[in-house]
Design a protein around this ligand. Structure first.
Ligand code: AMP
Ligand code: ZN
Ligand code: FE
Ligand code: FE
Length: 280
């Protein structure tokens, strides 16, 4: 039965997850899922390895990306499904976002140093490895150096908005992210709207080409899920879903497969991306 299910939102070591793309895909296959979406923050560097693992393990890998954008002082995350992960333009755009991530991380580390924490940016970069750097990697360095007892408390003490070392991110609008996704042949989908908490944006996003909404998500209550099922119906959006798993030993330790959708959702997304290709 579960073979008919897809977890369309999983992070890997290509961003701030703890399993490599290959390990992620093998785990999804072991769980009996029919498809898994590799949706790392601002990068598609894990997609190629995931696709290779998927064809070996007999599971569909959906190439994806999760682009972080800003709306006022809040964050809106935009998912892009079936993007052409080899597109040079896409990779250039994402490289620009990752450079901005690196600048931001460096500034956060400077603030931590100003606060008296002896943490080096080189160590943070080492922890991030080849992955798109983010606050979770800084949190790890903070815990490792003994300034916090857990990743969560490192976030609370230093890294969340309003905390002492918080630095706001670059400003990218949700519309700009949708454009990056569409230019790479992908399908723009609003990530975890229950966390974004800006439903009022949905009509204008739809007007600008939003095709789906992440209805099923591990941080959505059943009331929220019902609410977004209704929104998806109202605006004729594909109702997607996924766990947002970041792998074991991480801040958020939800398992792969803990939020899923029917495999037919994958076909809908694929069709929408092909339509786009054929128009161009
Ligand atoms: P960044 O991409 O650098 O802005 O960091 C965002 C990541 O940090 C998200 O993917 C979450 O996994 C994690 N994160 C964000 N806010 C919190 C928080 N308040 N507590 C724990 N983890 C968080
Ligand atoms: Zn993350
Ligand atoms: Fe997100
Ligand atoms: Fe995510």
């Amino acid at each position: 039965m579960i073979k008919q299910r897809a977890d369309l939102h999983v992070h890997t070591t290509a961003s701030d997850g703890t399993l490599t793309p290959e390990e992620t895909v093998l785990e999804a296959a072991r769980l009996g899922l029919g498809a898994v979406g590799i949706a790392d923050h601002d990068t598609v560097e894990g997609v190629e390895q995931a696709l290779a693992a998927g064809s070996m393990a007999g599971i569909v890998v959906v190439p994806a990306v999760e682009i972080n954008t800003d709306y006022g002082s809040d964050e809106i995350h935009m998912l892009g499904y079936f993007i052409d992960h080899r597109s040079p333009e896409l990779n250039a755009q994402l490289a620009r976002l990752r450079n901005e991530r690196e600048d931001r991380a460096a500034r956060i580390v400077e603030r931590l140093n100003d606060l008296g924490l002896k943490i080096s940016f080189d160590r943070v970069k080492e922890i991030a490895g080849r992955g798109a750097i983010g606050r979770p990697h800084i949190a790890r360095a903070i815990v490792e150096a003994g300034y916090a007892s857990s990743l969560n408390s490192a976030f609370g003490k230093y890294l969340i908005r309003g905390a002492s070392a918080y630095v706001p991110r670059h400003k990218l609008t949700p519309l700009a992210a949708m454009e990056i996704i569409r230019d790479a042949g992908g399908v723009p989908v609003l990530a975890h709207p229950g966390l974004a908490k800006h439903d009022e944006l949905i009509p204008s996003l739809v007007e600008s080409g939003l095709k789906g909404i992440e209805v099923y998500h591990t941080d959505h209550s059943s009331a929220k899920t019902r609410h977004y099922i209704e929104i998806a119906r109202q605006y004729d959006l594909v109702a997607t879903g996924g766990s947002d798993s970041h792998g074991p030993n991480n801040i958020k330790t939800v398992a792969i497969g803990s939020a899923t959708v029917d495999l037919t959702v994958v076909d809908k997304l694929r069709e929408l991306s092909l339509t786009k290709h054929s128009i161009e």
